[in-house]
Write a protein that binds this ligand. Structure first.
Ligand SMILES: C[S@@+](CC[C@H](N)C(=O)[O-])C[C@H]1O[C@@H](n2cnc3c(N)ncnc32)[C@H](O)[C@@H]1O
Length: 291
């Protein structure tokens, strides 16, 4: 078992390194037991809750892990920065570290990837865009001239507070259609046809059969010539130990082969060209449905 030092603000970066090392060096059972029972880890958890990002992720005020506000902390979004400014000095220092960690940086890069994909695809025509498990859809802020590139943005999320935030923040500039529903209970007819369908921060929670079902649904909404993109944490993602041990935020990372195998679902129905790409802590499956 790992012997952790007592919590200390100067030891936050080495603690984060040690926790990742510990996750890799233990069996899954040992790791779960360590997360549930280790007293020094519990002391660290309490100490690290000065950071509002860690605290929100751990307390889960919306009742589930990884809500859109947690993502705003990862994005260093303006909506949460006033909460950060109101924290203690230690809270602000820890937030610098957690929001600067590679997984948070990769989440910010993910926003840029979606924005640049929309800008690239919308060269000739305005796009019908759909985000599956949209959260707050902060990528809309990173798109240059979004209102000129997007014909309609379909935001699908089970959490009505996330959809309210999208309408409130972007509804004046962009035509939004919000669908407040559990994705598993939707059919493609409920959504309509899209030129670009994507999903970020959803597949990380889905077992293989749910992931296949969801991918099939998303693919059925993609029109001929359209594009599909989804992301999933890689097995080697840098901060899974911190997410699990400190934030009690358990996700399902995937390997390159598992992503490729999911992509085979697409090729079974229609003609698709499919690629798996890696950027930082995420794999992305990019599919283009042939005309
Ligand atoms: C980690 S956040 C990701 C939000 C956003 N896509 C992003 O990348 O910032 C996960 C979102 O998925 C939504 N969600 C989770 N399971 C869902 C389901 N079965 N149906 C619809 N939405 C779901 C949650 O409400 C939450 O807004």
């Amino acid at each position: 078992m790992l012997n952790l030092d007592a919590p200390d603000i100067t030891l936050v970066p080495p603690f984060m390194e040690r926790i990742e090392y510990a996750r890799k060096s233990m069996s899954k059972l040992e790791w779960k037991a360590f997360c549930a029972e280790d007293r020094q880890l519990a002391a660290w958890r309490e100490f690290l809750c000065d950071d509002p990002y860690t605290r929100h992720a751990l307390l889960k005020p919306r009742g589930y892990a990884g809500d859109a506000v947690v993502m705003d902390y990862a994005y260093r979004h303006s909506s949460v920065m006033r909460h950060v400014a109101a924290e203690s000095e230690y809270g602000r220092i820890i937030y610098e570290t957690t929001s600067g960690a590679p997984q948070s940086q990769s989440a910010r890069d993910r926003i840029s990837l979606i924005a640049s994909t929309i800008e690239r695809l919308a060269k000739d025509n305005k796009l019908r865009v759909g985000s599956f498990a949209s959260g707050h859809a902060r990528e809309l802020e990173s798109i240059k001239y979004a209102s000129e590139l997007i014909h309609e943005f379909v935001a699908i999320d089970a959490d009505n507070m996330s959809l309210y935030e999208i309408n409130n923040s972007y509804g004046l500039a962009i035509k939004i259609r919000a669908i407040n529903h559990n994705i598993f209970r939707l059919s493609a007819d409920n959504i309509g046809m899209l030129d670009f369908a994507y999903s970020m921060g959803l597949f990380d929670y889905l077992n293989v059969s749910a992931a296949k079902r969801t991918l099939r649904l998303i693919s059925e909404t993609v029109d001929r010539g359209g594009t599909l993109l989804f992301g999933n944490l890689t097995e080697e993602a840098a901060n899974l130990g911190y997410c699990e041990a400190v934030m009690d935020w358990w996700m399902i990372p995937r390997t390159y082969d598992e992503m490729t195998e999911l992509g085979e679902i697409l090729e079974r129905t229609d003609k698709w060209s499919v690629k798996v790409l890696q950027q930082g802590c995420f794999y992305y499956l990019l599919g283009v449905r042939e005309d």
